[in-house]
Design a protein around this ligand. Sequence first.
Ligand SMILES: *Cc1c(COP(=O)(O)O)cnc(C)c1O
Length: 429
Amino acid sequence: MKSIKSKSIFNKTKKVIPGGVNSPVRSFAAVSSTPFIVKKSKGSLITDVDNNSYVDFIGSWGAMILGHSDRRILKKLNSVSRNGLTYGAPNEAETEMAEFIVKHISSIEKVRMVSSGTEATMSAARLARGYTKKDIIIKFNGCYHGHGDAFLVEAGSGATTFGKPSSSGVTKGSSKDTISLMYNDKNQIKKIFSKYKNKIACVIIEPIAGNMNFVRADKSFLSLVRKLCTQNNSLLIFDEVMTGFRVNFKGAQHCYNIKPDLTTFGKVIGGGLPVGAFGGKSKIMNMLAPEGPIYQAGTLSGNPLAMHCGLETLKIISKKTFFKKLSSKTKSFVDNLNNIAKKYNYAFHADSEGGMFGLYFTHDMPKNIQDIKNSNLEEFNKFFIHMLKNGVFFAPSAYEAGFMSESHTEQNLKKVYKLFEKFILNSTL
Ligand SMILES: *Cc1c(COP(=O)(O)O)cnc(C)c1O
């Protein structure tokens, strides 16, 4: 597989963009490699500047649920762009988008659109703090909520003490009101709520985590978190930037039958354009400016192209058979991989929900970030390189989830099965 052009462009880029990328995971640093540079994409395939094609299981981190360059979306984009690109004034597509979300997501009565997942979570946290008039944010190790200062916090020295910044440039001040706990650990969250009773503004969580590989919250754990929030007048925020319209049409909250107070969206909801959203009960959302005292704004928020592309995508995936098909395709994909591993008694597991999946080089199913840290990371890196060399693109880190689109074919998946079997045979020689 040639990579002459990719290498030369990446070297050039490194001179003008920090690390050569506009978002760190793209650098392939985690797998000690350098990235290919994309020329174009269509359906399940992505093609680089050296004309290598890859079956793509990232899909812009889940956003491309229909596959790349879907003709229905491109057609829509083409036609609506003739009416203008951005106005900085209200347009009707915003209304339609909000009505659509409110109609289908039962925990949401009002919603506001933003331009990224990061903006959605930052705004939701500010809203929770303003609404409850409390300061503390509880999050969980391994969950990602974008790069807002208050979220770039890791667990402190004690399990239930305040966190410390996980990035340079985050002040102690902005991390001092965030506590980061172990995912799926009931005792820790119970302890925190009894220790900081009337000070907790919100708990933010990925109900199915997609940023420490793919890790499910236990149902009893999420129910407990819901109960503690209700009892203590703290808001529960489900960060569904990744899982929203991805694990099923109504998100992870539907899988668990738990209603959060606020939900954040991104990725799929933009249909490939930069979009985020946050919504919840009217009583809470009405606290936002201009109605209420909590400020939040955005020049490109509710951008007409993004609204139309997102809405078109949501309409397509709202058809009854869409998630049935996507889920069973993804489920059979992980089942087949599990069976291949089992046949060779190879330490590996795979799991999925809707169009999202996880691959783990472990003996047991992971429950939290520590289990992923303890997995065979070296083996994952070899797997990643093996797949890439043979034209299959998985996330370049063992800490990321995988994504299936409507466009992935049986042939695409069979290619992976064959390569996986070959990989195991080589690895266990
Ligand atoms: C991707 C992601 C974000 C951040 O979204 P951006 O659009 O990258 O800012 C936040 N939360 C979760 C769960 C995500 O997966």
